[in-house]
Write a protein that binds this ligand. Sequence first.
Ligand code: OGA
Ligand code: MN
Length: 275
Amino acid sequence: MPAVATTELSERVGVEILGVDADRLVADPDLPRLCQELLEKYGVVLFRELHAPDAVQVEFGAKLGELARFPKFPNEHVMEISFDPANPLAPYFPSNDFWHIDGCLDRMIARTSIMSARVITPEGGETAFASTYLAYDELGDREKARLRDIRIVHRMARIQQLSYTDPSPEQLADWERWDDRIHPLVWQHESGRRSMVFGATASHIHGTDPADGRDLLDDLEHRATTPDRVYTHTWSVGDLVLWDNTGLVHRACEFDRSQPRKMARSTVLGSELIA
Ligand code: OGA
Ligand code: MN
């Protein structure tokens, strides 16, 4: 293990790696494995004020696994998260305000998300994280048994409707472009650990009326995200945060959307089906 110092960011989630600059991020051959280990243990890994340019973020991300492609952006491995009207995906980003897992509508959920802060707002705009490994571990045995075989239907319209409560026919048609995705509620990882797969894309329990199961999903999310279980990251420009997207839910916190805020996000594709 390389000689790096770390410090925990909260009681349950998050760790900061100290004393590593952008050059070392890509030059130190031990850092990718160290980050994987820290992600497994802490869920969130922070490099404070690293100021890694997009190309460096991508070079490092590629060492963690295959990166998702976002063809609408100049660097196809870097999605710009902003409400800039020129951003082609801006209409979808209000949904980031709700607890979610990235790529929950994909067959294989993204493994790691990487995000650097480029422009921040003076107030708000934090990103909050909560562990769904912990949430599972804290269930009682009877509840674990009851949840074991439940499968959840994830739906684009479900997450989008939280922001657009009166959608236009065009919006509804647009959201239909994403097929529903059914995932087990409890994910038994190849590592042997178990987490849960819920959040704003979770529409209902597969095989039941959509209204059924709402209370269960809301209750699981609520219990997982009480303030004592959440690490809320207050960004400085240049911060780079990695998170284990397979065992966490996250959300953006409110800010004044007339002010610019710009994040650069890369995504390490998943390699494990939820089982
Ligand atoms: C995302 C996301 C949160 C934020 O990019 O997937 O959830 O704080 N972003 O911008
Ligand atoms: Mn997200």
